[in-house]
Design a protein around this ligand. Sequence first.
Ligand SMILES: Cc1cc2nc3c(=O)[nH]c(=O)nc-3n(C[C@H](O)[C@H](O)[C@H](O)COP(=O)(O)OP(=O)(O)OC[C@H]3O[C@@H](n4cnc5c(N)ncnc54)[C@H](O)[C@@H]3O)c2cc1C
Length: 414
Amino acid sequence: MKETTMTETVEEFRRRARTWLAATMPRLEDAHSTDDDEAHWRRARELQRMLYAGGFAGICFPQEYGGLGLGPEYQRAFTEESAGYEMPLNLNIPTFSICAPTLLDMGSEDQKRTHLPAVIRGDEILCQFLSEPSGGSDLAGLLTRAERDGDTWILNGAKTWSSSAYAADYALCLARTDPEVPKHEGLTMFLVPTKAPGITLNRIRMVNGSTEFCEEFFDNVVLPAEAVVGEVNGGWAVASRQLYHERNAVGGGSPYVSGRGLPPTTVYSTPVEVARATGSGADPLVRERIGEWLATSKVLDQLVARVSHGVAAGHLPPTATSLLRLLNAQASQLSADLAMRIAGGYAAVGQGPQMGTTGRAAVGYLMRQSASLGGGSTEMSRNVISERMLGMPREYAADRGVPFKDISRTRGAR
Ligand SMILES: Cc1cc2nc3c(=O)[nH]c(=O)nc-3n(C[C@H](O)[C@H](O)[C@H](O)COP(=O)(O)OP(=O)(O)OC[C@H]3O[C@@H](n4cnc5c(N)ncnc54)[C@H](O)[C@@H]3O)c2cc1C
């Protein structure tokens, strides 16, 4: 890997990146498209290895853990320059923007030295085992448990909605390690190898045909003591940091993403594309609605810049990333609804690779609700904003301060 020195200005870095990208990375229009999920992930690893070999991987990660140790302005410059090139976008969420920064903030020195360089080299993919069949919003009320057995832990339970877990090597998994104390105090975060004996992983088919979501069942999975991330029974602090990175990532504010946007398989038609495809771009009502959507997108860009700067400078609390998460969901749903409305009956035309612009608007509409659930639900974001930013009274919780084992449960109780 080439060394980058802090004496290089952002503009010098940008020029060097531009030259390197043109000489090395495939142009987007030459990218080979495939429906094979395994091939997508193999390709993402290959592209990440190319970035690493060229000295442009892990721009904001510290040098001692395999990164370049540069500020977000360098990552932004690289991301802008890389817009026309094939990039390992699959790795952005959750590997680079959620799991790796959580390890950086909360992991042991050994975990950081082992896993962060492997992620940056493209050798390791990470995912999140947080949500459970009994519910995801009440994360601290989770039921998966890990019991101490000598020097090891034995994990039992189930997780669900784990994005791209089938392609991952390790997962950040939150489990209950002490049911005798209130729910937030008896949790521990583990770094779990996804292929460990005792883990059964199934893929879940979504309404858009994708099988990217997974569910996992743990039957006496043995974990070493070194798998603990942070403190035993201190898992809520780790999860809180992880949720901060998640809201920032889902809201578009993470400095750790490499390349702009989402993987092509999760990108749907924009209202402008649909208006062009259907020849309705001159319709005054369509123009007015598109104006509203573009204005919202601009506000979101500005909010990302403001919140990212505010949190980094300490003017805003980390929970302010909930603002990004909330507006991002609104902007995304505005886009999906408007694209569908403009497409009208044409939305029903086309299938598979021949789906076309209006067909992709229809699939985007089917997926619209995911924006208000992924990264925590919209209602939970509103709760965080009202309670942790605006200082409004906390929501009533009958289980506050009650030992977990004494909380009555009606759903999924074990
Ligand atoms: C695209 C996407 C990717 C995801 N990736 C992952 C992943 O990689 N790993 C993972 O672990 N999970 C993942 N999830 C799951 C996600 O975190 C959960 O869907 C989310 O936390 C909500 O949990 P739930 O679906 O169980 O809904 P529930 O918690 O059952 O909530 C149901 C409804 O009740 C509302 N609600 C619940 N409690 C309250 C309250 N106190 N106040 C107001 N309203 C409330 C919620 O807002 C929601 O509308 C993903 C989800 C999506 C859509």
